[in-house]
Design a protein around this ligand. Sequence first.
Ligand code: ADP
Length: 475
Amino acid sequence: MKITFVVSESHPYIKTGGLGDVVGSLPKYLKKENLDISLIIPFYKKIKEKNLNLEYVTDIEIKLNENFLNFKVLREKDNNDFNIYFLENDPLFLRDGIYNENNIDYKDNHLRFGSFSLASLKFVKDHIKSDIIHIHDWQTSFLSIYNKILNGYNFKTILTIHNLAYQGLFEKNSLNELSFPDYLYSIEYLEFYGKVNFLKGGIIFSDIITTVSPTYSKEIQKSEFGFGLDGVLKSNSYKIYGILNGIDYDYWNPEKDSYIYKNYNTLTFSDKLINKKFLYDELSLNFDINLPLYSMITRITDQKGIDLILNIFEKLMNENLYLIILGTGDKNYEDILNFYNEKYKDKYKFLNRFDEVLSHKIYASSDFFIMPSKFEPCGLSQMISLRYGTIPIVRSTGGLRDTIVEYNDRVNCGNGFVFYDYDGEDLYDAIKRSLILYRDKEKLHKVIKIGMNSDFSWERSVKEYIEIYKKLILI
Ligand code: ADP
């Protein structure tokens, strides 16, 4: 079976969050199951700067609203797992950001990702000739729409929704600029409260939709989590499937991870303390390694429950614990988190940047990882934490609900701490429960081991994807 992923980010080339992680690892595991995989991503400035070993493949020309646009197709020569194609168009993609700069979205994102989607579709038809095209989020939803309305295209398409909160909303004239017919501006198609919603188009025009956890696939069909698309999703529920993401167990592996200070496994996890010591030294923190370290590595946005942390911040700082937060995002939240850096410098550190290497060191050094998300399609950080022997404290929503079970000391099962209402006090109670566990080293070690021994690799989920692909071929 031949599958092409068309996507806006993929680790290790480019990543802003979970989407990049997932697309960077899922194809690898599909390849292991003997699927023929290709991946197409834009040739961003950050990728160009890596000076990869590339070969020229072809030029793709598309016509949008009477304008011709050219994409040069480059292939990475050093990737033997699968074919990675970069589509180069400098005016659109040679920019400092991926989707935005200084938190302001590029105004022409519809043109950037719309034209990229169309050029990818053309390239698949002329060159790759795959059975299925797998698209991701609004950025490549354009592809399914072109595929259904243009003559000569009839690929089977599958759309994975990684986060429904981002929908690709643009003004009405974006349809014209992308050569889409006017009839698409209607409630049955792409119109959405006076705007054009390209994710809605992806939902309607793709043959199958997947979301990244079973719980989230149900939640998005309800108004509380549907971001206005719950009705459309409900009427398309016959083609929606929830498949839990995995993490790349080769890459996220404390036993081999070259970014961390000292490698460890399920027998030697006490070496997390050594990691902690080096982390504190590196960050010039005068913290006691014998007290618990709580951490968050996250986009600093409403979704991630930053307001809950802020609600209980002063109380937390009165507890015998340390807190490190690594993240970027909403400026208002960043300012408050930065302000506390000075006020609580003996107990807390906010690192306001995106730093892949440091993130590994923090996962390896922490005792607990806090994820109080308002909603969470899947969440990878809780799985990474388990793998690194760091106990997650999560709100029960979406993929967090599908992966983390409250520790029960009577029966000795569970892999973390869970709270339910979106409420700071409930989060605080969960943290208090974790502090009690921390004092009982025997039990603490049991929970760490349960987490490190659990399996959230791709092996299982990949089989579910293959079933879906088979189904799609038969449609
Ligand atoms: P989302 O995709 O909603 O941002 P996930 O939990 O699915 O959340 O994935 C987040 C991924 O991004 C994880 O790999 C996490 O370690 C990483 N990440 C988030 N913020 C940062 C940061 N500031 N620096 C490094 N990695 C980060």
